[in-house]
Design a protein around this ligand. Sequence first.
Ligand code: HEM
Ligand SMILES: CC(C)=CCC/C(C)=C/CC/C(C)=C/COP(=O)(O)OP(=O)(O)O
Length: 480
Amino acid sequence: MNEGLDRRRFANLLAGTTIAAYVLVALGTAVSTTDGAATCTTWPNCSTDPTLGSLSGDHLLFWGHRVAALVTGLLVAASGLATRRIDTDRRVTSLVGTAVVLFPVQVVLGAAIVVGGPAVTNRIHLALAMVIFACLLVALVVTLEDSAREEVAGSVAPDRSPTGSETSTDGGSGDGPIRRDRPDDWLARLRQTVGAYLTFTKPRLMWLLCLVAVAGMGLATLTGASLDATTAIATLAGGVLAIGASGTFNHVYERDRDRRMNRTADRPLVHDLVPARNALAFGVALVAASMAVLVVWVNVLAAALTFAAIGYYAVLYTVVLKPNTAWNTVLGGGAGALPALIGWAAVTGSVGLPAIALAGVIFLWTPAHFYSLAIAYRDDYARGGFPMYPVVEGVLAARRHVMFYLGATLLATSVLGWLAGLGWVYATTSVALGAVFLRSVIRQYRVPTDEVALRSFFASNYYLGAILLAIVVETLVIAG
Ligand code: HEM
Ligand SMILES: CC(C)=CCC/C(C)=C/CC/C(C)=C/COP(=O)(O)OP(=O)(O)O
């Protein structure tokens, strides 16, 4: 049997095992936060099994968890056997071996929970499930990297960035803006100017950031606080104005670098469609409007947190971190996480643990979101002089970080569901979309093209969007 083919098959088996282990963690968390556990109080057979007619979402979660445990157990055993049969890295052998040893312990702990063991068993069971998932994920990354190195050695041509670095121009060589011809017709000029101001506000990011804030508001209602329409609308309006303001400052500060990058060379300030001074004034006006809306119709804490978010993105990220350190994305993730606290604060006037957990999910998700895009646009970022992680550390290291941050995001999502007591809508959404997101990043190793990396970037947005929507449905529709 061909050794390379064997290793490839092993990588596929390990990928399937890792995805199954994630599904198990997510379903297990959901079972422990719902009435699913009450479905069955004996083990291994289920004398309290309900009739099919009375099956609810909670029952399905319980049975889904059992089936997932069986399937994952078989896959873990198969992976363990495979490490003995083929020549794998020592780290892979010990990590998979750890999962093989821990799995039966998990089965015993799971049985103890079913028959009514002490409450702490539940926590240990969840923690151990996460350890098994982490072991498999790290083993998978090592395996995929090894086979990627083997496949690249001697053969494949380097990926081309969609920016096509070999043939692209750098957008001009002078320091000043490139003037794009302005139309003669006043209506067309007006349309172009309005379009420029709209572009400053980065509208494409808004839906997801707004959804973070709405999910924060939804989680807050689980405390018993009520959410009225004025608070919801004013929080979103203040948030949209604030995102617009910080996006505008980002456009102003980065206008010289933007002109050197193909992805951003079309931005309005690069073409002097609006004077930078006017853009700055627009940004300041948006900050003032945002603060006014939030102070008058929401509360001072929400306004203060929003002001901090603007400063975080426009100054800390844009001016300090982005041009100076490869940690810019990781540390910059805090800006996007703040809307979770803003949403919660708008409803409660304080900051609570589930909101911090949601902020943690966004913080961990950010590198998994952005590094895939940065991999695809690495040549462009290098031209712009930004020390993005794939530019400084290379594609393989960036892909490894995408995998690790994604793993951490998936686990944090489960912790959030557990802390907030979210139910089957959230569980099934995180299982389905989490598996899709994980599979799309694993595919980057198999097909290391920029198109596949970009697909992971979009998968990151769909994943987070779906999770947030599930929180909104659970908190504002089902519980509300
Ligand atoms: C350091 C943090 C982040 C960085 C560096 C980053 C970077 C980027 C970049 C460069 C784009 C492409 C923009 C374009 O070409 O117009 C983008 C798109 C996007 N980002 Fe992020 N992002 C970050 C955080 C976030 C956060 C926190 C959210 C929301 C929770 C978010 C949501 C989106 C969305 C929805 C898109 C648009 C995708 C599309 O075009 O459909 N990003 N991001
Ligand atoms: C409530 C509030 C004010 C929140 C602000 C948080 C915020 C706007 C976070 C988004 C961060 C983001 C999309 C960065 C884009 O990267 P980039 O700026 O590096 O992208 P670019 O290369 O396209 O300029």
